[in-house]
Design a binder for this molecule. Structure first.
Ligand code: PLP
Ligand code: ZN
Length: 425
């Protein structure tokens, strides 16, 4: 265990009614059931570009925008993932320029959930919590288990019964207490709300949620810095609970307020699977209230039928001048292949959803030649190999003879994802 630190946590307030709360594990506002957010001190001194550039390449280089006072104790290696320009993807989309923000290589568990857990595990430490946990669609389970293992904290992790094997193994390997719950994510989440009260655990996306969510802003900060302190015209990101999309807006807004970048703020586009698209359908319908759905999609990591931040994400899309798109499971698989073939990045189903949604939005004319688009790739393809295995051509087996390879070279090459799945792309 580490020596006692001086890390302290900021208080919180309700995002809807403003009621103030001390730094404690609290799930929602007791007055209006609204979500909580950290309250940053008015006199906080923010760094300039040079200060930030001199710091280590992790999400802590933006620590003044995270909900702490003092030095972080855990997860020093999380964040500052690559932003790579993707000209072949830009051509396939028909946009001016495109980049991939590659959280498929986030440390230590290869998804953007390392960002939110880096914030939450330090919050748990500052609050002196002895046990952490989560309700997860897979990637959060991996991240909580790994970050807790490093911190020497026991973890209790709850997932829907039917998750992908790689996500189950990638949690259990860290020695976490892993529990598979019969039902969908929304059932798991409801259980965890009760467990947080019953056992006094720090459930990162329940009673530490206000602190957890802030970690997502760092993806926006990195995009701005890595583009050379500029903003793209558009950002496309996947949505599960809608937190990432909401926090991207907050993050870009905070860098604009700090005058680290100039406007306009990017248009934000949210991606969901057609088999679970309550936030996109809220945007499309313009309804006053979100209608929860029962998920049915291969994109399990983003299959949340009753998303906690759904209305905020919908507002972020519409008010930024963006929009939403939902795509079929077949389009998701084709999206995984298109990204791999155009950028060399192998993403999981959430990333396939995002790429396919970007393509759909471009075809609808919502993204075009004037756009500089960042596509947020939030998870790693090695965690969901099942969905692509059956659609990829089987590799031929030959004797170790030049003649046999020559016959293969002479034969027609197998169709690529671009030819097979995306005519005209
Ligand atoms: C959790 C998750 C998301 C979306 O998260 P929210 O903040 O809940 O919208 C996106 N991509 C991947 C891979 C995830 O695991
Ligand atoms: Zn409130």
């Amino acid at each position: 265990m580490l020596a006692a630190s001086t890390l302290t946590l900021l208080p919180q307030h309700c995002k809807l009614c403003g009621t103030e709360y001390p730094a404690e594990p609290i799930a929602i506002c007791s007055e209006c059931l609204g979500p909580l957010e950290p309250t940053y001190p008015r006199d906080r001194v923010y760094p300039d570009r040079d200060d930030i550039e001199r710091r280590a390449p992790s999400l802590w280089r933006y620590r003044e925008w995270l909900p702490f006072d003092g030095e972080p104790v855990y997860s020093h290696d999380t964040g500052f993932t690559p932003l790579i320009e993707a000209p072949c993807l830009a051509a396939a989309l028909g946009v001016g320029r495109a980049w991939v923000k590659n959280d498929a290589v986030a440390q230590p568990t290869l998804s953007f959930k390392d960002r939110v857990v880096a914030s939450a595990i330090n919050a748990a430490h500052a609050l002196g919590l002895g046990v952490v946990g989560c309700a997860s669609t897979g990637n959060l389970a991996n991240a909580v288990a790994a970050h807790a293992a490093r911190a020497g904290l026991p973890a209790w992790i709850f997932i829907p019964e039917d998750l992908e094997p790689a996500k189950v193994i990638g949690t259990a390997v860290y020695g976490a207490n892993l529990v598979r719950v019969r039902g969908h994510y929304d059932d798991v989440n409801r259980l965890c709300v009760q467990l947080a009260d019953r056992f006094g655990w720090g459930i990162v996306n329940v009673n530490l949620r206000g602190y957890y969510g802030e970690g997502s802003k760092t993806m926006a900060f990195e995009i701005a810095e890595q583009l050379g302190w500029r903003l793209p015209t558009a950002v496309v990101a996947p949505m599960a609970g809608g937190s990432l999309l909401t926090k991207l807006r907050k993050g870009f807004g905070e860098f604009l307020s700090a005058e680290l970048v100039n406007g306009p703020a990017p248009k934000l586009f949210g991606a969901q699977a057609s088999g679970c698209a309550p936030i996109v359908r809220l945007v499309e319908s313009g309804a006053a209230k979100l209608t929860p759905e029962i998920p049915n999609t291969v994109a399990r990591s983003i299959a949340i039928g009753n998303p906690a931040d759904g209305p905020f994400a919908a507002r972020a899309m519409v008010e930024s001048g963006g929009w939403g798109a939902h795509v079929s499971d077949a389009e998701i698989v084709a999206g995984i292949r298109l990204l791999a073939e155009t950028t060399g990045v192998f993403t999981e189903t959430a990333g396939g959803t995002t790429v396919a949604a970007a393509l759909k939005l471009a075809r609808e004319g919502r993204l075009g030649q004037d756009d500089e688009v960042v596509v947020c790739i939030t998870g790693n393809g090695l965690k969901t190999t099942d969905v692509v295995r059956d659609v990829l051509p089987e590799a031929p087996v030959v004797d170790a003879k030049v003649r046999e390879v020559a016959a293969l070279v002479a034969a027609r090459p197998a169709p690529s994802a671009r030819e097979a799945g995306f005519p005209g792309a």
